[in-house]
Design a protein around this ligand. Structure first.
Ligand SMILES: Nc1nc2c(ncn2[C@@H]2O[C@H](COP(=O)(O)OP(=O)(O)OP(=O)(O)O)[C@@H](O)[C@H]2O)c(=O)[nH]1
Length: 372
């Protein structure tokens, strides 16, 4: 059975790393140790043993110096460098077979560096197309007790769901400090949230316009909430982690039932678009090279198969080599004047160039056609 993958995403300071540490020890205590991956290149220390750590292959400080980058640019560049190795990472996990049930991944606190970067998408896609993958969106509960802050955070979560197209669990962390029941109520009952908005009106100093905007958005979010599993945990005390793993199981079922088919549809569509794009650029290429559209280059190619399959032919051992020595050549041409020689050379060059270019065009087109 393929291991489920949990990608932990959350704002800086929401407690992702501490959550990962607790989840790791929770799974160890259940005798199902996870495969742990750290994708935060800028973290100084991680309080858990990582099986794969981006910092082993990419040195964040060197990236800053070498490419003359700021902190966020260096995170994106480090992820870019790491993403070139993602196939190896996936193979390593696949090799583990049934000995691993869960893969857990920590990501940089600068969410946009991961979610809105090409490499973040490549890494996420690599996992999601190989294993059932779930996003755990970590929220700092005590810092989200105001309705406006809460709503901003949920809109962010919504955009992540939209971008990753993966099942999501919203994890209200730090419940040892603030119980997350208020958030669950806001998410399950629109009127309770409206009431909270009114109560906080003065506190948030919201304008009439802002409140009416928040009102409309909260209606939209109702639909978003219906897609989510919501869990409260304390990474300090370990509260709520059984419930979290239960939510992961639910989401894995959901992934297998709906998201997998949707992903496969998207991938098939991408492959089809790519095929069309290649065909149209091939047409363009052929037009540019002035090859007749009706020329069936591929069948020309097939008619004359390369029996040697691209292998470089070597002379048989007993074949005698024939050389044309400079003296012989000189004897053939020494009656020619320099000007005459130049003219013949020019003519020969032009005729070869002509045949070469149309032949080359055909073989390039045939090659592209074949590789499609
Ligand atoms: N009380 C309490 N504090 C927590 C909990 N989880 C994390 N913290 C604290 O929250 C702060 C941030 O935690 P981190 O785990 O470093 O957060 P992070 O999201 O990984 O931070 P970045 O790496 O900067 O993105 C630390 O001071 C933690 O000790 C929790 O469950 N309860």
């Amino acid at each position: 059975m393929a291991p489920s993958t949990v990608i932990c995403i959350g704002m800086a300071g929401s407690g992702k790393t501490t959550f990962m540490q607790r989840l790791n020890s929770h799974l160890h205590s259940k005798k199902t140790p996870p495969y742990v991956i750290n994708l935060d290149p800028a973290v100084l220390k991680i309080p858990f043993g990582a099986n794969i750590d981006i910092r082993d292959s990419v040195k964040y400080k060197q990236v800053i110096e070498q490419y003359n980058l700021g902190p966020n640019g260096a995170i994106v560049t480090s992820l870019n460098l790491f993403s070139t190795k993602i196939d190896q990472v996936i193979k390593l996990i696949e090799k583990k077979g049934d000995s691993v049930n869960n893969v857990i991944i920590d990501t940089p606190g600068q969410i946009e560096c991961f979610i809105w970067s090409a490499s973040g998408a490549i890494i996420t896609e690599a996992f999601a197309s190989t294993f059932p993958t779930v996003v755990a969106y970590i929220v700092d509960t005590p810092r989200n007790t105001s309705p406006a802050t809460f709503m901003s955070n949920m809109l962010y979560a919504c955009s992540i769901l939209y971008k990753t197209k993966l099942p999501m669990i919203v994890v209200f962390n730090k419940t040892d400090v603030t119980d997350c029941q208020f958030a669950k109520d806001w998410m399950s009952d629109f009127e309770v949230f409206q009431q909270a908005l009114k109560d906080h009106e003065n506190e948030d100093e919201g304008s009439g316009y802002m409140n009416s905007l928040i009102n409309s958005m909260s209606l939209m979010l109702e639909e978003f909430y219906s897609q989510l599993d919501v869990v409260g945990v304390s990474s300090y005390t370990g509260d709520g982690f059984d419930e979290f793993m239960q939510a992961v199981d639910n989401k894995v079922d959901e992934y297998n039932e709906f998201y997998k088919a949707e992903r496969e549809r998207i991938l098939a569509k991408k492959a089809e678009d790519e095929q069309k794009r290649k065909a149209s650029s091939l047409n363009k290429l052929m037009k540019d090279m002035k090859i007749d559209g009706d020329t069936d280059v591929l069948s020309d190619y097939e008619d004359e198969p390369d029996e040697n399959q691209g292998e470089v032919l070597r002379d048989e051992d007993d074949v005698e080599r024939e050389y044309t020595f400079p003296e012989d050549r000189n004897s053939e041409v020494n009656e020619q004047t320099d000007a005459d020689l130049q003219a013949r050379y020019q003519a020969a060059f032009e005729s070869t160039a002509k045949t070469a270019s149309s032949k080359t065009a055909e073989s390039i087109a045939a090659y592209i056609n074949q590789s499609q």
